[in-house]
Ligand binder design. Structure first.
Ligand code: SF4
Ligand code: SF4
Length: 88
């Protein structure tokens, strides 16, 4: 997949010392953000697909996930909405 020039809108952090690879987040995210790698027995994230709903944060049994708004996102603009700027 080609790298996007836009920063993902949300930043995903997974505390690997807490994650037990239960895959609850993989099954519950409607946007397929979390991906389980069977070989490594680890879960990784595709942040660019995250909409920041916090569902995975709430459902993770070990509180391993943090989802925050990206600081380097698009600045507020009186004429153009964030969605318009992303669609350019
Ligand atoms: S729900 Fe939490 S503990 Fe389970 S795989 Fe996802 S991050 Fe790891
Ligand atoms: S915050 Fe919502 S969209 Fe983002 S990874 Fe978690 S469940 Fe998926």
């Amino acid at each position: 997949m080609a790298k996007s020039l836009l920063f993902p809108e949300f930043k995903m952090e997974r505390d690997q010392s807490r994650c037990i690879s239960c895959q609850v987040c993989v099954r519950q995210c409607a946007n397929d953000v979390h991906v389980y790698d069977q070989g490594d027995d680890k879960v990784t994230s595709r942040e660019e697909q995250c909409v920041g709903c916090q569902r995975c944060v709430t459902l993770c049994p070990t509180n391993a996930i943090t989802v925050k708004k990206q600081e380097a996102g698009i600045r507020p603009n009186a004429n153009w909405s964030t969605q318009h700027l992303r669609n350019l």
